[in-house]
Unconditional design. Sequence first.
Length: 332
Amino acid sequence: MKVSIQVPTCDLSDSDLKQMCQLGVDCIDFTRGSSFPGVKELGYPDLDQLLKLKRRIRSHGMDINRVTLPDISSSFMQDEPGSEIQLDHVSNAIKAFGEAGISLVRQRFAGDVFPYMSEEYTAVHRGGALVRGESIRRNPELQPPTVEQLNAWWKRFDIVFGRLVPLAEQYNVNLAVHPSDTPHHNTPFGGLGFHRVIDAFPSRNVGLVYCVGTRGEAGGTPLVLDEIYQYGRKDRIFLVHFRNIRGSLATAGAFEEALLDDGHMNMAKILLALHKVGYNGCINPDHITSLEMDRAPHNPSKSGMGWVGWAYSIGYVKALLAALTEFRGGRD
């Protein structure tokens, strides 16, 4: 397993890349499909610029692990006139990424979360660390989608994946979805939704960006371990987002994100479970906690990266991986 870091922009300074290298990052994950050169003008990434970006990252001893396709918006999911162009754009994006030798892409879909079902707040944890929290909010005027509405949503999803999966196979690209965050009941990419995606598209190129934190929000460590064994043994986990939480929607009606050593989940046990199912992709620290020196006025990072929080998270993951290597009896 390797360590990756996620960034929202392709406009990374040499200082940012040097800092990643110094922290021991192996790969970079790009979280916004709109960030790649060419998307604004063409609707999909420019291949020459992608190759240039890849060479620049490799010159700092790292590589690109995961990228994000242009978003499928609510206009497409609601079958509005003219929205079909989005399907052409994501198709061309897969081709560009495949030709650039980038083997993992994520597709976002509008409507896979129900944000009106919970209320977000900022919680204060150890020493004043600021974290995201959410609490279930019951509002009789705002109801979850009906079965008919969800079926209509899935019909549009099937159209997209029906086009993308053959392209993913042709261009040797793994196509992934991320769990619905927040994981309210019946959100499309929840526990049952994962099965639906893989049942409908049983290709080896279809799988998950498995987010430990998001699934922990749904049911804590037992649910996370169960899903790792379920999807990991089928080689359907392509990337792991690694973060801890306190509470869950199932147990407390609320959750709060937490530092890796300060939540309710045993992160070492989760990493061991990933090892047992043969996972060998990247571990990606996720939703980095806002720490004091990252909020200080003299924070020098022009990209907005909270390097103190990232340094803590990356160091914690690398220590767990080193301990796992020792537990296994040394390197392979």
